[in-house]
Write a protein that binds this ligand. Structure first.
Ligand code: HEM
Length: 481
């Protein structure tokens, strides 16, 4: 149902929601397979057959009990994909949000936040130029407990596409043997290529439908808006019915230039170590922590300012207001501080709310020690109920640190030192400034290198299970509300 004036305490139906939205799977293997659909109306039945063949492995958000499924999958569709499989929705004239319909490459829309301006990151170069952005219609996120099981689930998906008689064709974006976006399990398993622990802080996804906290499930699942809190949508009409219990997935492939990052840390540590009276080895870790907001083991700078602490390595309960409003512990531009400023105070377009996103990403590509030449980075799955006010707002903050009173409005605009796209414009600060406890500053002189390159981006809807069943033709109509 869609909440209007006095929403009832109706909890979302976990059976109807794709599992990825609610659960951070910890399967050691996953492959994220992209597909193009034929737009010939005659081929629609074959596309339906493809989805039907995948349904037995489609994972819902229901508890899977003591035994994790050995193989399972989730399915996403872009606006162009929905236009093909649900032509009757007339999606481009529907109330689906404009940014979803236009896509992440739109120069006047998404690109105003994503800023893929670096030569190598330009939307025209995405997917290693192996196919066009508009070709991406569907993603199958396939998960497995071991490499043999991974082969099995990939084979199931490939066979389903082959059975479609070319109505569904796989797109392979990566320069590797398989060409696919395959998870690479680093050691330890929760680390990313820049050698930080990741996936520590996630929204709580409290499913109380009356609650209004930004990290509650209401803000991620489509169809549970209240009048006071009118997103996410679409909420009405056939598109509202189709999208209900779905969630958007801003899928972004970010190449990580580990060599440049490591060299940068080494060179800068040499210069900074004497200023902070520390060894070079300590300073490498100190600078890496100042760029991220957490030490590489995960402990937040606000809780462990001088050294990584084992005890706080997974801590999420902290803020900036109490004793770090000068940034002497965690710099204002540190990656985790700009992507979740917590209680520091933000104000953009009249809103003081801090948007949240669910992160379900993982590394791809072998590390330098295994294959120095491999393509490597992050397969980013950023889930949200509203792409514009959640994912794109945070991305805009990463690229332009001007959203909070801690930034001097008269100074040049600072950027996230770790992952921002370097905007070469005089109004931007090319340096990274680290405030110190004694009131002085360490200024890391820029221009900072571009450590991350965008390899591709697609906006998917992770539809409800009933909407996928309807596409597959196994139910005639999405159940009534
Ligand atoms: C290669 C690219 C990226 C790397 C290496 C990276 C790395 C990290 C690391 C190490 C953390 C700390 C662990 C944690 O708090 O869970 C983190 C947190 C986070 N990152 Fe990223 N990240 C990347 C891209 C992004 C992007 C594109 C976004 C947003 C669109 C983003 C949003 C966040 C958020 C929201 C947090 C949690 C902050 C908090 O709640 O304190 N990250 N990231």
């Amino acid at each position: 149902m869609i909440y209007t004036e006095s929403p009832q305490a109706v909890k979302p139906d976990l059976q109807d929601i794709q599992g990825l939205i609610i659960n951070g799977y910890t399967h050691p293997c996953s492959v994220h397979m992209l597909f193009k659909f034929s737009d010939k109306p005659d081929n629609l039945d074959s596309i339906r057959g493809f989805v039907r063949d995948l349904l037995p492995h489609l994972q819902s958000a229901e508890d899977w009990g003591p035994l994790k499924p050995e193989i399972m999958l989730n399915i996403g569709l872009t606006a162009a994909g929905i236009a093909i499989v649900k032509p009757e929705l007339d999606i481009y004239n529907s109330s689906f949000p404009p940014t979803f319909k236009k896509g992440p490459w739109d120069p006047n829309g998404a690109q105003q936040s994503l800023f893929d301006v670096d030569d190598k990151s330009l939307p025209g170069k995405w997917w290693n130029e192996k196919f066009a952005n508009t070709d991406v219609h569907c993603v199958v996120h396939a998960y497995a407990m071991n490499p043999t099981a991974q082969e099995r689930i990939v084979d199931i998906v490939v066979t389903a596409a082959q059975r479609s008689n070319k109505a569904v064709s796989e797109l392979k974006p990566i320069n590797s043997a398989s060409g696919r976006l395959e998870q690479y399990l680093l050691v330890p398993s929760d680390y990313v290529h820049f050698r930080y622990r990741d996936s520590i802080d996630e929204p709580e996804l409290n499913d109380n439908p009356l609650s209004k906290d930004q990290q509650d499930l209401n803000n991620f699942l489509i169809g549970y808006s209240t009048l006071e809190n009118p997103t996410p949508g679409p909420l009405f009409g056939p598109e509202g019915k189709f999208a209900k219990n779905g969630c958007y997935n801003a899928f972004r492939i970010l190449y990580q230039d580990v060599e440049t990052f490591n060299d940068f840390l080494e060179q800068q540590a040499e210069l900074i170590a004497p200023k902070i009276n520390q060894t070079k080895d300590y300073t490498v870790e100190w600078l890496a922590a100042k760029m991220c907001g957490r030490w590489r083991n995960g402990s937040p700078l606000v809780l462990s300012a001088d050294n990584p602490s084992h005890d706080t390595s997974k801590s999420t309960d902290f803020g900036y207001k109490a004793d770090d409003m000068k940034g002497a512990k965690c710099p204002f531009s540190a990656h985790t501080r700009v992507s979740n400023p917590r209680d520091e105070g933000v104000k953009v377009a009249g809103s003081t709310l801090v948007p949240r996103i669910i992160r379900r990403g993982m590394p791809y590509g072998a590390p330098m020690s295994v294959d120095p030449k491999a393509d490597r980075g992050l397969i980013g799955l950023f889930l949200c109920g509203d792409i514009s006010s959640q994912f794109e707002t945070i991305y805009g903050w990463i690229n332009k640190n001007n959203f909070s009173p801690v930034f001097n409005p008269r100074a040049k605009i600072a950027q996230d030192p770790l992952i921002a796209n370097r905007i070469k414009d005089n109004s931007f600060d090319p340096n990274f400034t680290i405030p110190m406890q004694d009131g002085t500053k360490i200024v890391v002189r820029g221009p900072l290198p571009q450590f991350v390159v965008t390899r591709g981006t697609a906006y998917f809807l992770l539809p409800s299970i009933s909407s996928l069943k309807e596409i597959a033709g196994v139910i005639n109509q999405i159940p009534a509300e």
